[in-house]
Ligand binder design. Structure first.
Ligand code: SAM
Ligand code: SF4
Length: 507
């Protein structure tokens, strides 16, 4: 069989129409473009009191009614926007305390059969080199990430192509989990792998579940159907809006109950996309009793060989900060992920509202190992820009990010305990809503930060981090309603064990 025939055959078997139809209600999906536009047009906040009432309700940590979300997206008054920002920071603290989880992306393949107008990996872009990492190359990447940089958590990213099908994704996850590298005082290991890939049928998703997937992320890109059609040509796999819209429903049905939504901001009006994300969360809640584990808010970035003159909805920095605040209060239980697509100043201005960011990221295929030649299997010396999907805004090192976060009083957490202890799906949702998830997470954040400090941090970061941990232990001692004295004793014992070189201790 020729390559073209192979691709055609694979495409024909991938999309299962009955795995779309079963979710439709009276033949319709849950996004009604006209109804959303009408709701945005009809709802405005008129008084300060009305705004306060909406924000007070958000503190109950329930999904916000769409009418109220419409009211918030329409606000332009800087003072009112600032009140939403303040509420967003407070809700972040209420649900997630002062933790900031960090991770790195690992791009496994740049081959893709789709032609998304905005993406450097689209099949008709000749300016990007095509490559799919071998399992040895993936292990080399993991070795650098876990042994040199200090990450514990990855999101692995794939183009949509038969060479990176579900079996490849599962094998690549297993390859990453198999790597264990000696470090200064212990060992490094990637302990949680999240997946950002194209929609899959239920049977394929079960293969990922079996391989130990953390969260399954699929971004709808745009919820606006007309725009979706314009940027994802008909006849391509990605051109099927409904197949993508129900990707996470299928994931739930395959037993993967940590799912993540996202929209690519800049393709259409950001207000519409915020409403779409909330509608997506509402439909997941309605059917499965739980909403998304996290929400991602990528903004469109320039990409090699890609024309952007058609873009009409670039999101300004002010609007971006506002939409992050609105999402924080509208889906208050969900993690909020912002990536290094953003510049340092933007990341710093929203950091108190978000729960996860990446650090020290490289988007080139094989780029981590290339940066540390002793790990290189096939160094080709090509420029990064030819191998990556888009251009990064923040290139600060993980050590700098950890240090700057500590200065702001944030514990950078490398915790991966949640899914390994079964704290996923409905279990994690009820803990989050009750503001109780923080107990385990706080303790695990302290222990994983200690591991990072002892294995990878610069002397200055180490000093500042140890001071922060001592302060946190002092605070835990006084939070007698939240933490028992026995828990504090256990935590201190575990910290000592880590300082003595033991690794991967969690509650
Ligand atoms: N191929 C899979 C898919 O499309 O779902 C997963 C990987 S794709 C590389 C991951 C995400 O990158 C996409 O969902 C899209 O939101 C984002 N992306 C693509 N092009 C981008 C660009 N120019 N700027 C920012 N983000 C982009
Ligand atoms: Fe392929 Fe994903 Fe890029 Fe679209 S966004 S071209 S599906 S890698």
């Amino acid at each position: 069989m020729t390559d073209t025939q192979k691709i055609k055959d694979w495409k024909n078997h991938l999309v299962k129409q009955d795995e779309i139809d079963r979710y439709l209600v009276n033949g319709k999906d849950f996004i009604d473009d006209d109804a959303i536009e009408a709701e945005i047009a009809a709802n405005k906040v008129t008084t300060e009191e009305e705004l306060h009432a909406i924000l007070d309700k958000a503190k109950d940590i329930n999904l916000m009614p769409s009418k109220d979300v419409a009211k918030l997206v329409n606000i332009t008054d800087p003072k009112m926007r600032n009140e939403i920002y303040e509420a967003a920071c407070q809700i972040k603290k209420q649900v997630y305390d002062n933790r900031l989880v960090t991770f790195a992306p690992l791009y496994c393949g740049s081959k893709c059969v789709n032609r998304c107008k905005y993406c450097g990996f689209r099949t008709d872009n000749d300016e990007v080199e095509r490559r799919v990492l071998t399992m040895d190359e993936i292990k080399a990447e993991a070795k650098v990430l876990a042994g040199k940089i200090g990450h514990k958590r990855l999101v692995m990213v794939y183009g949509e192509h038969p060479e990176t099908d579900a079996q490849y994704i599962a094998d690549s996850m297993r390859a990453v989990y198999s790597v264990k590298v000696p470090t200064k005082n212990g060992f490094g290991q990637i302990r949680r792998v999240n997946i950002n890939a194209a929609p899959l049928p239920i049977d394929d998703l079960k293969i990922l579940k079996e391989a130990g997937i953390g969260t399954f992320q699929v971004f709808q890109e745009t919820y606006h159907k007309k725009t979706y059609k314009e940027v994802h040509p008909a006849g391509t796999l990605k051109g099927n809006y409904a197949w993508r819209l129900y990707a996470l429903h299928r994931s739930m049905d395959a037993g993967i109950d940590d799912v993540a939504v996202g929209a690519l901001f800049g393709l259409y009006d950001w207000k519409f996309e915020v409403m779409g994300l909330v509608a997506h969360a509402a439909d997941l809640e309605k059917r499965y009793g739980i909403g998304p584990h996290s929400v991602s808010v990528p903004r469109l970035e320039p990409a090699e060989g890609t024309d952007f003159s058609w873009v009409k909805h670039w999101v300004s920095d002010e609007d971006f900060k506002h939409l992050v605040a609105v999402l924080r209060v509208a889906i208050p239980y969900a993690g909020l992920i912002v990536t290094n697509r953003e510049k340092p100043e933007m990341l710093d201005s929203i950091i108190d509202m978000i729960t996860q960011r990446d650090a020290d990221s490289r988007l080139g295929i094989g780029a981590y190992a290339d940066a540390f030649p002793e790990n290189t299997i096939t160094s080709d010396g090509h420029q990064e820009s030819q191998r990556q999907q888009f251009v990064l805004g923040d290139m600060r090192s993980l050590d700098t990010v950890v240090q700057e976060s500590i200065k702001r009083g944030h514990i950078v957490s490398f915790c991966t305990a949640g899914y390994r202890c079964g704290r996923t799906g409905t279990k994690i949702m009820s803990l989050l809503k009750a503001g109780k998830e923080g107990h385990f997470c706080k303790m695990n954040a302290i222990l994983t930060l200690q591991e990072y400090l002892d294995d990878f941090a610069s002397p200055e970061t180490q000093k500042m981090g140890n001071a922060l941990i001592s302060k946190e232990l002092g605070e835990i001692k006084n939070r007698t309603l939240d933490f028992s004295q026995a828990q504090l004793v256990e935590l201190k014992k575990a910290r000592k064990r880590i300082q003595n070189g033991e690794r991967d201790i969690y509650f």
